[in-house]
Design a protein around this ligand. Structure first.
Ligand code: 5GP
Length: 192
């Protein structure tokens, strides 16, 4: 059986990675499995443990670092986020395409480690900084101080797309999702 793809969807916080990820997961022909991350962040209303994230304590997260359980992990505005690596190789060997939706420092770690035709790296870019700010503020889930920190970080990250194979501007959920679906389909066919 041919090995599945490892797809990294990254970009600044607030660009809409989560929305796009949920939309492309709806396409069964992509044969996607979402890699659920572990985080020390508090659960937000509407989120589900084990589906959106594995919400864990600092101690549990640290134990996973010590036990070398992460493919990558990063600190993001006061919380830690990591990709558990146990399942990823098994799923890819079973032909599944594994999707990681992660921030930029974590993506950098995976890009430096994983190579080969199965790695697909996509940087999602907002149409403008203003559009990004509007999105982050609309979420209404964080305090002003955290919003400011996320915005400052996003501003620094906007230009870090050079390490990626694809740059996609998120100006419309449907259009952008379709562009990403097309990228994945093309790469699936090149693995055959
Ligand atoms: P949020 O707190 O908004 O859910 O996520 C904050 C940032 O962490 C987002 O950019 C999200 O994509 C990223 N993120 C989620 N899971 C992971 C992960 O496992 N590793 C890394 N490096 N970033 C992650």
């Amino acid at each position: 059986m041919k090995q599945g793809l490892l797809i990294i969807l990254s970009g600044p916080s607030g660009v809409g990675k989560g929305t796009i990820r949920k939309r492309i997961m709806l396409d069964p022909s992509l044969n996607l499995i979402y890699s659920v991350s572990m985080t020390t962040r508090k659960i937000r209303p509407g989120e589900e443990d084990g589906k959106d994230y594995f919400f864990v304590s600092q101690e549990t997260f640290q134990k996973n670092i010590n036990d070398n359980q992460f493919l990558e992990w990063a600190e993001f505005v006061g919380n830690r986020y990591g990709t558990p690596k146990a399942e990823i190789q098994k799923l890819r060997q079973a032909g599944k395409n594994v999707l990681l939706e992660i921030e930029i420092n974590g993506a950098k770690q995976v890009i430096s480690k994983a190579t080969g035709p199965g790695l697909v790296t996509i940087f999602l870019m907002p149409p403008s900084f203003e559009a990004l700010e509007t999105r982050i503020r609309k979420r209404k889930t964080e305090s002003e101080a955290i919003i400011q920190e996320r915005l400052a970080k996003a501003r620094r990250e906007m230009n870090l797309h050079h390490d990626y194979q694809y740059l996609v501007v998120n100006d419309d959920v449907e259009k952008t999702s379709q562009q990403i679906i097309d990228i994945i389909k093309e790469r699936m066919s090149s693995m055959q």
